[in-house]
Design a protein around this ligand. Structure first.
Ligand SMILES: O=P(O)(O)OC[C@H]1O[C@H](O[C@H]2O[C@H](CO)[C@@H](O)[C@H](O)[C@H]2O)[C@H](O)[C@@H](O)[C@@H]1O
Length: 251
């Protein structure tokens, strides 16, 4: 791991020419907001992703904690031009082919327990996902400790994963962004490329580590922290600027 006081710089623009690109979604391509259900990719972002997929055919992937169903809703048509690894690397859709997934049997019970918790705590939201459920407290941070305790207890009771996130905690099926990067980069379309992984959250660290192991690099988005990334960009706007400049060089 790099140390937090080692300030990382932006990736060189020419890295994109030999790269396969792995992009996290929330906090990397779109700003974080209080309501996860209201996030949508704006027209600029959709166009940028289409330009990237034209310049790097089958070499651009979204690797997200969101489910593929959510990514389809938020990205619209652009989602069908990209490889997708959803649910923190537990779900895949590549070249239009979706891999089968095993939905946790306890998901209805978990969601019901979270609903009951949120019902008495204004501002707390429950997010329904294909392979898990999330408790969000961005609008009611005073409930953080109780939300984390409930998510931890539910994960333990049902043999699932506790996934802490930014102002949320999720109970979910097994999945790992590092394994997702390895799996995608082994596909024919990405053969011979080096992975370049952009992300802001703790689950992106596995992707950064996998990228470095494969001769590529991670790009941490946001404030400095302990990280396996090699490069950093300060925010969503800087990521979009970097991608636009890098793809411009390819054309
Ligand atoms: O891997 P990602 O694509 O970054 O997804 C991680 C989680 O992102 C979402 O939560 C975050 O964004 C929300 C909307 O801006 C925000 O309200 C929340 O506080 C953030 O943690 C998403 O809702 C989760 O399902 C993803 O796992």
């Amino acid at each position: 791991m790099q140390s937090t006081d080692l300030l990382l710089g932006p990736p060189p623009l020419d890295l994109l020419s030999t790269a396969s690109l792995f992009l996290d979604f929330d906090g990397t391509l779109v700003e974080l907001i209080n309501r996860p259900d209201q996030v949508r990719a704006d027209a600029d972002l959709r166009n940028l992703l289409l330009r990237l997929s034209d310049a790097l055919p089958d070499r651009v992937a979204i690797v997200s904690g969101r489910s593929i169903e959510q990514l389809d809703l938020m990205l619209g048509e652009a989602a069908h031009h990209l490889a997708l690894a959803g649910s923190h690397g537990a779900e895949f859709r590549v070249e239009g082919e979706a891999a089968e997934v095993a939905i946790p049997l306890a998901l209805p019970q978990i969601t019901a327990a979270m609903d009951a918790f949120a019902a008495t705590r204004p501002g707390v939201l429950v997010e329904r996902k294909t392979l898990g459920a999330g408790l969000h407290y961005r609008a009611a941070p005073e409930h953080e400790a109780d939300a984390l305790a409930l998510a931890r207890a539910l994960a333990r009771e049902h043999g699932l994963y506790l996934q802490p996130g930014k102002m949320m905690a999720e109970v979910r099926a097994d999945g790992d962004k590092g394994r997702a990067v390895v799996r995608l980069v082994q596909g024919a379309a990405m053969a011979g490329t080096t992975p370049l992984v952009f992300g802001d959250d703790v689950t992106d660290e596995a992707g950064f580590g996998a990228a470095a192991h494969l001769g590529g690099a991670g790009v941490l988005v946001g404030d400095p922290r302990e990280t396996q990334a090699t490069y950093a960009l300060p925010d969503v706007a800087a990521v979009r600027r970097w991608l636009a400049q890098a793809v411009e060089r390819l054309s």
